[in-house]
Design a binder for this molecule. Structure first.
Ligand code: CTP
Length: 403
């Protein structure tokens, strides 16, 4: 799966002959699972039609600040467009647009959106060789780079003028790989391997019954997704869960019992950099598992239980350079219990869920956490969706790794 899958890409088109290649660019982004919106300078419509681009992007294409529809004037909000985008690509970028961008000129929708955009901006110049070589063009490109914009360099080849030299817009396939590689190279967790446990475990009583709990696995899965989106390779060891996950960087290993989870965790732990144990592992399992279904007999039935192995504590004992994160679900004296769990299990961070907080816990889609670090500093977070909570947890881990 491409890093661009699910991302929002705004494509700005300016008036160069290379604009005819923009149709292909839109197709490539869509094929990778990105959502694409196109904005154009008025003059670029001489090179490619908005209809082509709106058909391919499945979104309206705008080229002015206002559109007229049924005699109503509709404002095309450049601020909203700029904030909508995860990435803004201006391709082709003509010498004229380069100059205007470098100087903050704002006389069309593409430029106004550029000035409003908060996301990374890529620009792919296209012009004739002498224009590309010109001091003012070079200076404008350098100025734009110094503002943090990312240059996708023009290549050498035959130009529209018939001359041969540098100035051709990079090919759409190369633009797409350039952006993918650039994003990947900047991800904070690239080259990191992360082990995550999720979900409940089931401990068999007999062939048809088990001891389990209400954990959905959602929290662990959201953490896996977030870490993978930041470039980490994930080993997601999950107990029985209905959660689905599809990401090229996530390897899912399904287990059922605490013993199976223990084995899988220890198999992967030596090679990971970070381990986050979010699973609700059963603390006890039946001492003897009946080989036949237990029949109804007496008024009461006792099942003798014995403790399972504490996976998290076992990692705390053997960890070397790994960053170890545990969860604590507490009902009373939360902070004190979580702190002592962090120390007892030799953790780097502990994520506390208090069952006293409304909206927090197993089956909910929201969670409210407090994160406590090794130095016993605690940070409280608001009630949030589990995916937002996952972001907070991963952000905190990255902060600690960078500290
Ligand atoms: N955990 C584990 N293996 C177990 C039990 C728990 O790895 N057999 C991990 C959980 O994944 C979680 C952390 O330990 O990260 C805390 O689990 P919790 O049930 O809150 O704490 P316990 O250590 O079991 O302590 P207690 O039940 O006494 O609160």
């Amino acid at each position: 799966m491409s890093i661009l899958s699910g991302k929002k890409i705004l494509l700005g088109i300016t008036a160069g002959i290379a604009a005819y290649k923009s149709a292909n660019l839109v197709r490539l982004f869509i094929k990778l699972g990105a959502e694409v919106k196109v904005i154009m300078t008025p003059a670029s419509k001489d090179f490619i039609t908005p209809l082509t681009l709106s058909t391919l992007s499945k979104n309206p294409v705008h080229s002015s600040f206002y559109d007229t529809e049924n005699d109503n004037e509709l404002w095309n909000n450049h601020v909203e467009l700029g904030l909508w985008a995860d990435y803004f690509l201006i391709a082709p970028t003509t010498a004229n647009t380069l100059s205007k961008m470098a100087n903050g000129t704002c006389d069309n929708l593409v430029l106004a959106t550029y000035l409003s955009a908060k996301c990374p901006v890529y620009f792919a110049p296209a012009m004739d060789l002498d224009m590309y070589k010109h001091f003012s063009t070079k200076e404008n490109i350098e100025k734009l780079q110094s503002f943090g914009n990312i240059l996708i360099p023009a290549t050498s080849g035959e130009l529209a003028s018939g001359l041969v030299g540098e100035g051709r817009m990079a090919e759409p396939e190369d633009i797409v790989s350039f952006i993918e590689n650039d994003i990947l190279s900047k991800l904070p967790l690239r080259d990191k391997k992360v082990l995550i446990t999720a979900g409940p475990t089931y401990e068999a009583i007999d062939p048809v019954r088990f001891i389990g709990n209400h954990s959905s696995g959602k929290m662990g899965f959201e953490i896996a997704k977030e870490a993978a989106n930041l470039g980490a390779e994930i080993f997601l060891i999950s107990g029985p869960s209905n959660e689905q996950i599809k990401h090229s960087l996530i390897h899912r290993i399904d287990v059922i019992t605490a013993d199976e989870m223990y084995k899988a965790v220890h198999q992967f732990f030596p090679e990971v950099d970070i381990a986050i144990l979010a699973a609700a592992v059963a603390d006890y399992k039946p001492k003897n598992v009946a080989t036949q279904k237990i029949k109804k007999k007496d008024a009461t039935l006792s099942i003798e239980l014995k403790p399972t192995k504490d996976i998290l504590a076992s990692l705390g004992e053997i960890k070397k350079s790994q960053f170890l994160v545990g969860f604590a679900l507490e009902t009373d004296n939360e902070i004190e219990n979580a702190k002592s769990k962090l120390q007892r299990k030799n953790l780097d961070l502990i994520v506390l869920n208090s069952l006293q907080d409304k909206g927090a816990g197993f089956a909910a889609n929201t969670n409210k956490i407090t994160i406590i670090d090794k130095d016993l500093n605690s940070t409280d977070f608001d009630l949030k969706s589990k995916s937002a909570v996952a972001k907070d947890i991963i952000t905190k881990i990255i902060q600690k790794l960078d500290a």
